[in-house]
Design a protein around this ligand. Structure first.
Ligand SMILES: Nc1ncnc2c1ncn2[C@@H]1O[C@H](COP(=O)(O)OP(=O)(O)OP(=O)(O)O)[C@@H](O)[C@H]1O
Ligand SMILES: [Mg+2]
Length: 240
């Protein structure tokens, strides 16, 4: 059974139909990549699956380990094992990074003692020790916000992780670190979807499968070579 299976997904934002029949599956322990031009609907896909109220599913289905996902509320989807790292992580004033992660962990049945042990280790892994007392994403640089998303992934160990441009705005060292953490999470068993524009991150984490989103559908799929081709020649190679 797939960790996540999406069938014929149609999503409307406002009065615009953005996704028009998206089909794909993610396997546990595997890395998948989703590429597509600006505005093709990659973030729309992630946000609709997370249950964002502005992204309205008008047709189609999604199953997390066989369980109907679209019938669940956003927090129930998260509790069921879906994790979404945002392209633009919001700044949340008044909420400490540590408290946010402690509550998220406790919602998933991880006790305080377990959190106390795992949190410092995760901070070290993501090289974020000095952020533990900071408010969630408040004043974080672009690259730091991306690392904080990965910190949450590392702590929560979800079944499925949709990572919306985890590589945007990060420096070369952080890129390598993010790649290592993604590889580690896949080895742990998480089904990963990396949404990205460039093969740069994928060179460090070779994907098992690459999907291309064009004109509201998955127009092409293949191995890592598809990502290298798009990196070199753009989406025209897929359109032809
Ligand atoms: N809240 C919204 N209101 C109106 N239009 C929206 C909204 N959210 C997304 N859209 C539109 O939906 C389309 C898809 O946007 P989306 O952010 O999903 O694209 P994307 O593939 O993630 O692009 P990028 O690569 O630039 O991140 C765009 O035309 C965008 O303007
Ligand atoms: Mg996007």
């Amino acid at each position: 059974m797939a960790a996540l299976e999406v069938r014929d997904l149609h999503v409307r934002v406002g009065d615009k139909l953005i996704l028009r029949g998206v089909d794909f599956a993610l396997e546990a322990g595997k890395v998948h990549a989703l590429m597509g031009p600006n505005g093709s609907g990659k973030s729309t896909l992630a946000l609709a699956l997370a249950g964002h109220p502005e992204y309205q599913v008008v047709r189609g289905q999604a199953f997390l380990e066989g369980q109907d996902l679209l019938g669940l509320l956003p927090h129930e989807r998260a509790r069921a094992g879906l994790f979404v790292a945002f392209q633009h992580p919001p700044e949340v004033e008044g909420v400490k990074l540590r408290e946010f992660l402690r509550l998220a962990c406790s919602e998933r049945g991880k006790g305080f003692c377990e959190f106390q042990k795992a949190f410092p280790q995760a901070l070290r892994r993501l090289r974020m020790e000095e952020f533990k007392g900071r408010e969630l994403n408040v004043g974080f640089s672009g690259g730091e916000k991306k690392r904080a998303e990965l910190l949450a992934l590392y702590m929560l160990r979800p079944k499925v992780a949709l990572l919306d441009e985890p590589d945007s705005g990060v420096d070369v060292d952080a890129l390598r670190l993010i790649a290592e953490v993604i590889t580690e999470m896949a080895a742990f068993g998480t089904a990963i979807l990396i949404i990205t524009h460039y093969p740069r991150l994928l060179e460090h984490v070779p994907p098992d499968e690459v999907f291309v989103l064009l004109d509201g559908k998955i127009s092409d799929r293949g191995g890592p070579e598809l990502a290298w081709k798009i990196g070199e020649m753009g989406f025209e190679v897929v359109r032809r």
